[in-house]
Write a protein that binds this ligand. Structure first.
Ligand code: BGC
Length: 469
């Protein structure tokens, strides 16, 4: 008997439509969430934050969060990249081990004793597929607007992207992912985003976080980092590539006139230093987020930015900071065919020109930075009304696939850092985290809270993907 792939997908689509339980790693609750709250057999719905509960394997030993009430903030959101050429064919996780979270102090080995500190994506390494994202995409098949489109989704799930640790409650899942990865291949990379600074997203509202500086946020953050460090130490055989705190240092370069960023400055610097100090295991590679061409790429911002990053870099001896990540969750081209009209006035029109401009400025200040570039949502150009717009840009498509085949030796890899299909921020004007940028003309609406699944947006990314799926 022969079935075409399309008919099998159609079948899967039909079947999953009937079977309503949320799959393991899927969303099962949160503010504004209207979907199914029943987890598939063998998993339990665990509260993660006010906006998110997730089906985790096993009968969860519940992780409780000390969630404080959010106040608002504003932001200039950018994005970054993801990586590489090899992907596993794994589509779901089988691991059920959950270790407890928290503040174990990790034993960091100074990188001086770690041997060569080269490109983590060197050949022979495969990149782990986030089971969480795979589950999101599988759930999207059930909700697809057409079987023909749904037939393209499984290929998206095979492209690795980064797992964002945006709340401390998710840290225990890092142990699960690392254990799972270790069981799949001996040379494997797990890609994560460290993202829980106190007073996070100081120049915007959509991604305001759970920790407040005024409410023990710096110490809470240190506990969060300790949890990540302990997991990384527990799996020395797995390579971890970590993008550190999207937008934060860039905000300190350009947005100190915003009182919220000025207030957060010393906490951001202390917390970033702590993260770099604790995450010095030989199996981790850190890339600090460096905004994008349309932000720190402006000529007048390049030197102050290079100064800031070089200072942070040199503040921790024997660190594991390999370089910077650019265009995280943004839409810029790596190499624009022709400059997007919104770039007018800035000769640094794309990520390659930004990296070629700032790379030498960093090196001359003692930071020989290499780069990751997010191209996950950069497939379609000339779709923004203004370069600073960052929220759920309408018409975006999945972009260049992760690869180490890059146009400059400064770039370690093209990667997908923002999980395509997760929202940048809500368009609900009554929401606490509503940011006006998400209500602009070029933002797709209606959009759910940042990080939540945005089915219509995911479908557009697939439809407009370039290269196509
Ligand atoms: C959100 C996070 C989310 C991340 C990846 C950010 O904008 O604030 O909650 O994990 O995007 O989708």
């Amino acid at each position: 008997m022969k079935y075409s792939i399309a008919s099998l997908i159609t079948l899967a689509w039909t079947v999953t439509t009937v079977n309503a339980a949320v799959p393991v790693w899927g969303q099962c609750g949160g503010l504004n969430y209207t979907g199914d709250k029943t987890c598939a057999a063998g998993s339990t719905c665990v509260y993660s934050n006010d906006w998110y509960s997730q089906c985790l394997p096993g009968t969860a030993t519940t992780t409780t969060t000390t969630t404080t009430t959010r106040t608002s903030t504003t932001s200039t959101r950018t994005s970054t990249t993801t990586s590489t050429n090899t992907s596993t064919s794994r589509t779901s996780s089988t691991s059920t081990t959950r270790t407890s979270s928290t503040s174990t102090t990790s034993t960091a080995t100074p990188s001086g004793t770690c041997g060569t500190f080269g490109n983590p994506y060197e050949s022979g390494y495969t990149t782990y597929l986030s089971p969480f994202y795979v589950a999101e995409v599988n759930a999207a098949i059930a909700n697809a607007s057409s079987p023909a489109l749904a037939a393209k989704f499984p290929a998206v799930a095979q492209i690795p992207n980064f797992t964002w640790f945006d709340v401390v409650a998710k840290v225990p899942t890092l142990n699960t992912y690392l254990a799972d990865a270790a069981s799949i291949a001996s040379k494997i990379i797990v890609q994560i985003v460290v993202y829980d600074l106190p007073d996070r997203d100081c120049h915007a509202l959509a991604s305001n976080g759970e920790f407040k500086i005024a409410n023990n946020g710096v110490n809470n953050y240190k506990g969060y980092i300790d949890g990540i460090a302990a997991a990384v130490s527990a799996y020395p055989q797995v390579r971890v590539v970590a993008v550190v705190e999207p937008d934060s240092l860039a905000n300190l370069v350009t947005n100190l006139s915003d009182q919220r960023c000025a207030n957060a400055q010393s906490a951001y610097l202390e917390c970033t230093k702590y993260a770099i100090e604790k995450l010095r295991q030989c199996n981790i590679w850190l890339y600090l987020d460096a905004g994008h061409a349309g932000w720190l790429g402006w000529a007048s911002n390049q030197d102050p930015a290079a100064q800031m990053f070089a200072q942070v870099y040199s503040g921790v001896p024997n660190n594991r900071v390999r370089g910077l990540a650019t265009n995280v969750a943004n839409y810029n081209a790596l190499q624009a065919v022709s400059p997007d009209p919104v770039t007018q006035g800035n000769p640094t029109v794309d990520e390659l020109s930004y990296i070629r401009a700032i790379g030498p400025k960093l090196a001359s200040r003692g930071f020989p930075a290499k780069f990751l570039v997010d191209q996950g949502r950069s497939g379609v150009q000339n779709i923004r009304d203004a370069w600073g717009n960052w929220c759920n840009i309408e018409g975006a498509g999945f972009g260049l696939r992760p690869t180490t085949n890059t146009p400059d030796a400064l770039i370690d890899a093209i990667v997908w850092i923002k999980p395509g299909g997760e929202a940048d921020g809500t368009s609900d004007t009554s929401a606490v985290r509503y940011d006006a940028t998400c209500g602009l003309n070029d933002a797709k609406k209606p959009a759910p809270e940042a990080g939540q699944w945005f089915q219509a947006y995911f479908e557009d990314l697939v439809k407009y993907a370039n290269p196509a799926f």
